[in-house]
Design a protein around this ligand. Structure first.
Ligand code: GUN
Ligand code: FE
Length: 446
């Protein structure tokens, strides 16, 4: 049995009482075995966390690892033009190798910023490379192949055959779902209504029930998108998903900005999950989701960065800060989205979204050992008085303050050095391959 002892930490537990105290954490294999003021135990590894803060691993519930390589390639555009002219041709140009490099680059950035779990959208081709990168890196993910068998415009660079999309998805599910004791789980990933036929959506629903896996899609992010859904399917987007029977606790919807009152009720009443991506929503000028209103209706909200070309970082600290600030500005009310609530969305909210709240999201005995050591002794976080730790984490801390990241009881970054991925190799490969990918993508433009 492998044992890691973290000592003298300020532990932000996120347990029911939201206890924060100085103490030790004993990790045995992939679980948190004990938490106490002082633990006397022999361990294979001791991490001295004196003057450091230990938090539950951050959970981002909507990521496109496949797009990390395209950072900076598609700035200052609105969603549909951004997708059709840039992102889809770039994804279509992926080879197995470039997709692997993109995924590894994204996972490296996420681990270095204290994110330990994601829900990922995959891409249409070569998604297995993303599974392999997640597996090799020790990262935790719920993910699947992106499905796109329809285009209201007629054609796009990524369109695929319905049956092929379904068969490939099921093949990946059978190979990867519950791999490494559930560290990797499958989710069906129909991209969004306007790129999916009704047949595909219905089949996805049936299969997700058959295999008890989640469905991950984008919904009501952009005004043009919901207009196309209305013209094409004759009703509002969320009403349509509800009518097809997709809504429920197994469905996670990224964005949910353009909802009417009825749609907000559908989401809250069915237990459908929302992945809020504030920086992406601002950069693509999509709008601002009504998160405080959805929270007041008891909707399950979590946070995420979306993808590198619409953000342009995968930094949960930045998402937390923006999630708080935009609502205060929108509602002219500084009391909405307080730091404690935002930090809850980044931890417990994400665990609930993953259907893993009994295993993740807080530092408690018996839970999986996904924990992050942060050094708040940087000038932008000082003074480090203990009472204001959550304020520091949400409003002041940065990804670079993360010192050590542990996932499933394994140290994947120690003192900012990645242990499962070769950072310098990833940097070199990404820089080497990007020009070739962009040139190739130009040929996929439709
Ligand atoms: N909607 C459909 N595909 C995408 C995507 O790749 N990114 C974002 N932000 N929205 C989408
Ligand atoms: Fe997205």
């Amino acid at each position: 049995m492998s044992k890691i002892l973290v000592t003298n930490a300020t532990i932000v537990t996120m347990n029911k009482n939201r206890d924060i105290f100085k103490g030790d954490i004993l990790i045995e294999d992939n679980k948190i075995a004990r938490i106490a003021k002082n633990i006397e135990a022999k361990a294979d590894k001791v991490i001295d966390a004196r003057d450091k803060v230990v938090i539950p691993g951050l959970i981002q519930t909507h990521i496109h690892l496949t797009q990390t390589l395209f950072r900076g390639q598609a700035d200052d555009m609105e969603l549909l033009e951004w997708l059709r002219k840039k992102v889809w041709p770039l994804e279509a140009a992926h080879t197995a190798e470039s997709n692997r490099i993109s995924a590894e680059l994204g996972i490296a950035e996420l681990i270095k910023g204290g994110t330990t779990s994601i829900i990922d959208m995959g891409t249409v081709n070569h998604t297995e490379e993303i599974f392999k990168a997640v597996y090799k890196s020790g990262f935790r993910a719920i993910m699947g192949k992106c499905m796109m068998d329809y285009e209201s415009n007629g054609k796009n660079a990524l369109m695929e055959d319905t049956q092929k999309s379904i068969l490939e998805s099921v093949k990946l599910l059978k190979k990867w779902h519950m791999k490494d004791n559930g560290r990797i789980q499958y989710a069906f990933a129909p991209r969004f209504v306007i790129s999916c036929s009704e047949k595909l959506l219905l089949e996805t629903k049936r299969l997700s029930k058959e295999y008890d896996v989640m469905i991950h899609t984008h919904a009501s992010e952009n005004q043009s998108e919901i207009r196309i859904v209305q013209e094409d399917r004759g009703m509002r987007n969320i009403v349509y998903l509800d009518k097809l029977g997709l809504t429920g606790e197994n469905l996670i919807l990224a964005h949910c900005i353009w909802l009417d009152e009825e749609e907000m009720k559908i989401i809250a009443n069915t237990g459908t999950k929302v992945a809020h991506c504030p920086n992406s929503n601002l950069k693509l000028a999509s709008g601002i989701a009504k998160i405080p209103e959805l929270l007041a209706m008891n909707a399950n909200i979590s946070l995420a960065a979306d993808g590198a070309p619409c953000n342009n970082n995968l930094d949960m600290f930045s998402e937390m800060r923006t999630a708080a600030l935009i609502q205060k500005g929108r509602l002219l009310d500084p009391t909405v989205m307080p730091a404690e609530k935002v930090f809850e969305l980044a931890t417990i909210g994400g665990a609930k979204a993953m259907r893993m709240e009994d295993k993740l999201g807080s530092i408690e005995e018996g839970k999986l050992a996904d924990i992050v050591v942060i050094d708040l002794n940087s000038v932008h976080c000082i003074p480090t008085d203990e009472e204001n730790t959550i304020s520091k984490l949400v409003y002041s801390a940065r990804a670079t303050d993360v010192e050590t990241t542990i996932i499933n009881g394994k140290i994947v970054m120690e003192k900012r050095e990645l242990t499962t991925l070769n950072e310098s190799e990833i940097r070199n490969e990404a820089n080497r391959i990007i020009k070739k990918q962009v040139d190739k993508a130009m040929r996929y433009k439709l």
